[in-house]
Design a protein around this ligand. Structure first.
Ligand SMILES: [Zn+2]
Length: 688
């Protein structure tokens, strides 16, 4: 094939991919050649007759697979953000092949012999600290992939990895299918209770789906939650909630239950081959928590206090519901609706009054300026670089000396062909092995787009809820972890840290969204430009702990079922649906709350292996971020320059040092859980 952009050197400024020229048919030949090239590179490293050195083995591995990396980054980012049938088909075809390629390298006997030899001699090689850690991580990664197994076991490991890759891909595609396949289509008479911004977003969604003039509520969280909060039509709330929670469990070709069964059985088998009792123990062995018991201990510390708080919350909801004539129990599709009424009564806050102050563009500016005040970064929009979708905005990032730091892509709107949720990813990682390489980072959100593009008079710009604004800051925190990275080796870059540490930089950054300095400056009414009234700001901050019982229960229940599921010795007869029911009973999960993610669409666990037995990581990291932000509160300055510099060191370090060491260097001591309980309003419940 001629003119495949992956086979040319890219001439766009800053190494931005030539999105305008990349077409689906370019991926298969580029993947094929990328794998061939890396196999040849590995063969040269493994087949060397010379005694292994750090440079000819570890650094050579760091340099290998450049083409494959480049293709894979573009492909998997587009698969998540802007997919289509052609890309989906390539994903199904190549997921197992790429897994096989990776495992073939990890199980290469001659290559591992060189790594093991260096690992054994590492103390006498005269290595720097980052190099020492790199070699330890390489050794561990190979061992955890099965490098110490006998040939027959290795063959089984390879087959399992390949099969898992296919199942993960199928799981994610099924969820996307169910999300695109269903929408609640409404006309004028069915909008009772909905404020203007929810109507505007639903009108916009309908227009994008070819039913202009009507209203569509899609199954993206940013469309579902506002509808459940405001619609006074209980029947419609219920229909939407049932469709939302049935994703991946609707029977037929897109049903994920059988896939969960197979994934669970294969993960168990993999863990057993590697000498672990179950997948959770295998997975947790390479985390800060170390064991599933340690992770569970933390979750259980908040579980009962959160349930107690949720019981109080439910009582308040029921009181309002009875006043309004609902004499039945509160159901899951009622919680948000009545919670909003209680919030309004208790704090005199109306989401519909707050939202006009949270304009997307202003909150993006707030995130950029916070990164400026804390870390000296500046963001300049570039409209001369190609993008993969017109929604995407491109920013060049510079440091305080004016030097180029990287490129930041912002892809903020929900649309067909885009995975739901919010995430941060990279098209290129920072490294500095042979030459400085600047990162290209992307943040994805799924905000419901307003219907005014530039011209406010014609409607409303994109308005965020308080939680949406936190999500924006959260993903941007991950983005900063990638942008601020100052490491030598690509595999230690930015977010390449242990799973239960990776949420620390993102959750830490969320705190700056709600500091009064930020709200006073950037929360301005889209029509008048007036800042959020002081009185409203005070009430907004006072209401921060509101509904934390609900929020903590639905998250913690999902984190506990994740650990439980991955501690089961699953076989081919494992029944995920029954497992979920038994879990809800045994843990006495309040049925009016339920799980934040039901198993059939729990993408963290099954659309890839990344967060499997790892969903607890958000709470684990929250111990650190609550305790860490308390340092700024204690200093009396949310932008304390000395603390900011010490925090920046964590963002810069990537995986070059142990996470707990990094945290202690920032905080001057180990983290304590008190700040987290305080933050979630659970401290009193705990001691009581
Ligand atoms: Zn995150």
């Amino acid at each position: 094939m001629t003119e495949n952009p992956f086979f040319e050197s890219w001439t766009m400024p800053f190494g931005v991919p030539p999105f305008d020229r990349i077409r689906p048919e370019h991926f298969p030949p580029a993947f094929d050649r990328g794998m061939q090239e890396q196999i040849a590179e590995i063969a040269a490293i493994a087949g060397s007759a010379a005694a292994p050195s750090f440079a000819d083995t570890i650094e050579a591995l760091e340099r290998s697979g450049r083409l494959l990396e480049r293709v894979g980054r573009v492909f998997f980012n587009l698969e998540a953000s802007n997919t289509n049938d052609a890309i989906e088909a390539i994903a199904r075809d190549y997921a197992p092949r790429l897994a096989q390629h990776q495992i073939r390298i990890a199980l290469d006997h001659a290559l591992f012999a060189r790594i093991a030899d260096l690992y054994a001699r590492r103390a006498s090689l005269g290595l720097d600290l980052d190099q020492l850690r790199l070699i330890e991580r390489y050794y561990l990664r190979f061992v955890r992939s099965g490098a110490l197994l006998d040939p027959e076991q290795k063959e089984r490991m390879a087959a399992i990895s390949e099969r898992l890759a296919s199942l993960h891909t199928a799981f994610g595609q099924n969820v996307l299918h169910d999300e695109q396949d269903w929408q609640l289509v409404l006309d004028e008479t069915e909008l009772d209770g909905l404020p203007g911004f929810v109507k505007a977003a639903a009108a916009q969604a309908a227009e994008e789906r070819g039913i202009a003039g009507r209203y569509a509520v899609t199954l993206s969280r940013s469309a579902v939650e506002p509808f459940l909060t405001f619609s006074s039509r209980r029947d419609l709330r219920r229909a939407l909630w049932e469709a939302w929670t049935a994703r991946g469990a609707r029977g037929g070709a897109s049903d994920n239950v059988a896939i969960i069964r197979q994934i669970s059985a294969l993960r168990t088998e993999q863990a057993r081959l590697l000498g672990y009792e179950n997948f959770a123990e295998y997975r947790l062995d390479d985390t800060m928590a170390k064991t599933s018991a340690a992770a569970e201990r933390l979750l259980l510390q908040v579980w009962e206090p959160a349930k107690a708080k949720a019981r109080d919350e439910r009582a308040a909801l029921e009181a309002v519901a009875r006043e309004e004539g609902l004499n039945e129990a509160i159901e899951p599709w009622d919680w948000r609706y009545y919670a909003e009424k209680v919030r309004k009564a208790r704090y005199d806050l109306d989401e519909a009054d707050i939202k006009p102050y949270f304009v997307l563009d202003n909150m993006v500016r707030a995130a950029f300026d916070t990164a400026g005040r804390l870390f000296g970064l500046t963001f300049t929009e570039r409209d001369d670089l190609p993008v993969y979708h017109p929604d995407v905005r491109v920013w060049e990032v510079r440091d305080e000396t004016g030097s180029h730091v990287g490129i930041f892509l912002h892809d903020n709107f929900a649309r067909p062909g885009k995975q739901s949720g919010a995430w941060s990813s990279r098209y290129r990682d920072q490294e500095n092995l042979d030459e400085p390489v600047a990162p290209i980072v992307v943040n994805n959100n799924n905000f419901a787009r307003g219907n005014a593009r530039g011209d406010v008079a014609g409607g409303e710009p994109t308005l965020l809820s308080f939680d949406d604004a936190k999500t924006l800051f959260h993903e941007f925190g991950h983005g900063l972890h990638s942008l601020l990275s100052r490491v030598r080796y690509r595999s230690q870059s930015g977010t390449a840290v242990q799973r239960d540490f990776v949420e620390f930089p993102s959750q830490m950054f969320e705190h700056w969204m709600s500091v009064p300095e930020t709200l006073r400056t950037y929360a301005r009414h889209y029509r008048t430009g007036e800042p959020l009234p002081e009185e409203m700001l005070r009430r907004l901050l006072a209401a921060r702990n509101f509904n934390q019982g609900f929020t903590t229960v639905e998250y913690t229940a999902s984190a506990l079922i994740d650990l439980d599921l991955h501690r089961v010795a699953a076989t081919g007869t494992f029944d995920p649906a029954r497992f979920e029911r038994d879990f809800l009973d045994r843990m006495e999960v309040p049925k009016e709350i339920g799980l934040r993610h039901r198993l059939p669409h729990f993408q963290h666990l099954f659309a890839g292996g990344g967060y499997a037995a790892g969903y607890y990581a958000y709470l684990w990291a929250e111990v650190l971020d609550a305790d860490g932000f308390a340092a700024f509160t204690e200093a009396g300055d949310a932008f304390d320059p000395e603390l900011a510099a010490r925090l920046e060191a964590i963002y810069r370090a990537g995986d070059t040092r142990d996470p707990m060491e990094l945290y202690c260097a920032f905080r001057g001591r180990e983290p304590a859980i008190a700040a987290l309980l305080q933050q979630r309003g659970l401290a009193a419940a705990q001691s009581g």
